[in-house]
Design a protein around this ligand. Structure first.
Ligand SMILES: Cc1ncc(C[n+]2csc(CCOP(=O)(O)OP(=O)(O)O)c2C)c(N)n1
Length: 279
């Protein structure tokens, strides 16, 4: 057992692991219903979002727009499949609605819309989430509210100038209510990253942030990293999370082009079997 696992009670670890499994099941069900989707991303960040929604964020599922809620800002709109699965697991969306993912007229678009309960911003155009999240964190300070703001962004978004303007702003204003989680899966649309983004931690630190690296598919490590970030009260915080696209389902993990997955009918059943076998 690793040192980080020892610092997370077994019951908590088991509860979060079960949540993450449910979220992966929902991701596969949503994508197989359409025959396609951003399934690799959904599986890749399932552990991260589980730890965030079921061990860190303060919110009331019955009142998803409560002004005192902690905010989760998804800048990578195409990761909406993961967010919808988590919102259903949290009881903010109904499980039945997940079957409409990507359908014409559905509230569950393949790129997230702010009109969906539990979704804070409309996504699609990359590189804006960190700026919005920083603005929200400043708004909390100005209005004397204690809510915190978490932003999930991608390594591809680190190639956007707007991300670094936001990082500079948050560092300068010492926005300690802001925590960014960077999903470093080392891929973007056509395969590997087209521009190198490392060293990510050093870059954020040079903008005045507190930074830590973590295995984003290790539940115990993520729980501990979120706690360490919570304990830093002077600076904006960033967790640089290494994740694996398709984590939990070898069939998706092994795909060469796993950015947007189209899978044959029989392969969805195989993917679902692989997820259960791994459990
Ligand atoms: C401003 C902007 N430029 C380009 C795109 C097109 N686009 C959609 S997804 C994507 C890949 C981005 O890679 P990353 O954000 O790292 O996502 P991942 O590979 O994890 O899916 C791109 C370039 C976009 N949505 N917005």
């Amino acid at each position: 057992m690793s040192e980080t696992e020892l610092r997370v009670p077994g019951a908590l670890h088991a509860e979060l692991a079960e949540r993450a499994r449910n979220i992966r099941r929902k991701v596969l069900a949503m994508a197989s219903g359409r025959g396609q989707g951003y399934v690799g991303q959904g599986l890749g960040v399932a552990d991260l979002l589980t730890c965030l929604y079921f061990h860190e964020l303060h919110y009331d599922p019955a009142h998803p727009a409560d002004p005192g809620r902690d905010r989760f800002v998804l800048s990578i709109g195409h990761y909406s499949i993961a967010l919808f699965a988590v919102l259903a697991e949290a009881g903010i969306l109904a499980d039945e609605e997940l079957a409409t993912y990507g359908e014409d007229g559905s509230r569950l678009e393949m790129s997230s819309m702010a009109s969906t309960p539990g979704v804070e911003i409309t996504g699609g155009s990359l590189g804006h989430g960190l700026g919005v999240a920083a603005g929200m964190a400043l708004g909390a300070r100005w209005s004397g509210r204690s809510f915190r703001v978490f932003n999930l962004l991608s390594d591809g978004e680190l190639q956007e100038g707007s991300t670094w303007e936001a990082a500079m702003f948050a560092g300068d204003k010492a926005l300690s209510g802001l925590t960014a989680l960077v999903d470093v899966n080392r891929t973007q649309a056509d395969g590997d990253l087209v521009l190198e983004v490392e060293p990510v931690r050093d870059k954020f630190e040079s903008f005045g942030w507190w930074a830590m690296g973590v295995d984003g598919n290790d539940i115990a490590a993520v729980v501990n990293a979120l706690r360490s970030a919570r304990e830093e009260t002077c600076k904006p915080k960033v967790l640089v999370c290494r994740t694996r696209l398709g984590c939990g389902v070898p069939l998706i993990m092994q795909r060469e082009r796993a950015h947007f997955v189209r899978v044959a009918d029989e392969e969805w059943a195989q993917a679902a079997r692989q997820l259960e076998e791994r459990i």
